[in-house]
Design a protein. Structure first.
Length: 369
């Protein structure tokens, strides 16, 4: 299946300005994922986002959306199929909330009763009571409420792709946490492909399935899942970027306790794993109850790898588990009891979930606040 968005050798140069704003950018965004773009001011994040829906035309290169080259699509059509939340919210000040949300639907000439219904549905979705907010003007809303209306508007026509440019940049930290939690909840419901610009690494870690760190001229310094980015920054530039992140610090404060370990799948190392019948999953080989290493059934590989294990007696933290997983590239970190016996594993997904949980704010008390 084609990727949701593919940027191929994209460059952008403004006439009369010598420097490339975007230089030879290649980026694939998979369907249903949240991809966070982060980088210093002026590095080309907004420009990149706007080229995805052709609000800005690239100087050269091609863009594919769901496998189709969009440089040949009618840009207006394209924009209607891609939701867009702009950097400064950008509600129409003279239009009521309901009219803002339905702007695209009216362009699409939806019947009136369907529009009314859809507006209420969208306001509900973003946690605004339609009867209270439908007829207000933007100036009668808080910053956070405006952001929600912006999201409701972008989602109204049910686009497959949602582009968001620092959607939570203009609100206070507490409201921002609530909106981030709302976005994650929403995404579980709607499963869109979301590309979101941020300047906050912790927001990127919390929301992103993947993070693209941009350097000058939208050069990709690293494009990876949050856990990998945090534990294996590709270079000094990325290291500096995540330097200020809470996430690593949080992980090193989280102890791994025996009850959190998963049993994993185990096989007896003494038996010849080659004749073990069908081993189609990865497993941990145990030698007299002690872990000997991994057997990669999924690769059809019957060799037992030698591996490092973490003794529970060393009071390990999630940071230790992440370090080991990243170093070995194995599916999880193996833990042992004091006598060397196998205790269980902590999988990469569990580390990732721990990062997300510790950064996630408490549930909202008042959905419309
Ligand atoms: N119309 C234009 N003409 C000339 N240069 C432009 C134009 N629009 C943007 N630029 C330049 O392109 C570069 C990238 O701008 P862009 O808005 O993409 O940055 P950004 O990464 O989104 O920054 P920020 O984090 O501050 O929003 C900047 O150096 C900017 O000055
Ligand atoms: Mg920008």
């Amino acid at each position: 299946m084609a990727e949701a968005i593919e940027l191929k050798n994209i460059t952008k140069q403004y006439p009369g300005h010598g420097k490339h704003v975007v230089k030879d950018l290649n980026l694939d965004i998979s369907r249903g994922e949240i991809v966070m773009l982060i980088g210093p001011s002026g590095c080309g994040k907004t420009t990149t986002l706007k080229m995805m829906n052709r609000l800005i035309e690239p100087t050269s290169g091609s863009i594919f959306v769901n496998g189709a080259d969009v440089t040949t699509t009618d840009p207006t059509e394209l924009r209607r199929s891609i939701g867009y939340v702009i950097q400064q919210v950008g509600l129409f000040p003279h239009l009521r909330v309901g009219e803002n949300v339905s702007a695209v639907l009216r362009l699409l000439k939806w019947p009136k009763n369907r529009i009314t219904q859809r507006v209420d549905e969208m306001l509900d979705l973003v946690g605004l009571d339609p009867s209270l907010y439908r007829d207000r003007f933007p100036k009668e809303l808080s910053g956070g409420q405006k952001q929600r209306v912006g999201v409701a508007r972008a989602l109204a026509a049910d686009p497959l792709i949602l582009l968001m440019d620092e959607p939570f940049g203009a609100v206070d930290p507490i409201t921002r946490s609530h909106l981030q939690a709302e976005l994650l909840r929403l995404q579980r419901e709607i499963q869109k492909t979301i590309v979101c610009v941020t300047h906050d690494i912790d927001e990127a870690v919390l929301l992103g399935d993947k993070i693209a760190v941009f350097g000058t001229s939208a050069r990709i310094e690293q494009y990876a899942a949050p856990a990998e980015l945090l534990s294996q920054p590709a270079n000094e530039f990325v290291e500096n970027f995540i330097g200020g992140s809470n996430s690593i610090r949080v992980l090193s404060l989280l102890p791994v306790t025996p009850d959190q370990l998963r049993p994993g799948r185990t096989v007896d190392a003494g038996s010849n794993t080659g004749q073990h019948g069908v081993l189609d999953e990865d497993a941990i080989a145990l030698d007299n109850g002690r872990p000997a290493g991994w057997v990669f059934g999924s690769r059809g590989d019957r060799e037992i790898t030698t591996t490092e294990t973490i003794p529970l007696a060393t009071r390990p933290t999630y940071a230790d588990a992440l370090d080991l997983i990243m170093k070995t590239g194995e599916p999880g970190a193996i833990f042992t009891h004091a006598d060397g016996a196998y205790a269980g594993i902590l999988e990469l997904g569990q580390v990732h979930a721990a990062i997300a949980t510790t950064l996630e704010p408490a549930p909202m008390m008042d959905a419309a606040s």
